[in-house]
Design a protein around this ligand. Structure first.
Ligand code: FES
Length: 78
């Protein structure tokens, strides 16, 4: 059972909810979340606090509506 849920918000961020959220940079260094159990990850590309959403999506009129779909199976690894 997943302990983190990611909600794709229409016209907004990826909302991450869970008791043990772990976000790391490409070097594996952990972002300090100060105990948060919910946060938004920028999907519009305009946040001043990337990777986190700072609300800029609303100011710039970001539009993206996503409906859940099933992905095809992953390609076999060589
Ligand atoms: S999605 Fe909120 S600032 Fe980019």
């Amino acid at each position: 059972m997943a302990n983190v849920k990611i909600i794709v918000r229409n016209n907004g961020p990826l909302r991450v909810e869970g008791e043990d959220i772990l976000i790391v940079d490409q070097d594996g260094k952990t972002f300090g979340l100060a105990g948060r159990t919910g946060l938004g990850l920028c999907r519009c590309g305009h946040s001043e606090k990337k990777p986190f959403c700072d609300g800029t999506h609303a100011k710039i009129g970001f539009k993206s509506e996503c409906v859940a779909v099933d992905l095809p199976p992953p390609a076999p690894k060589p």
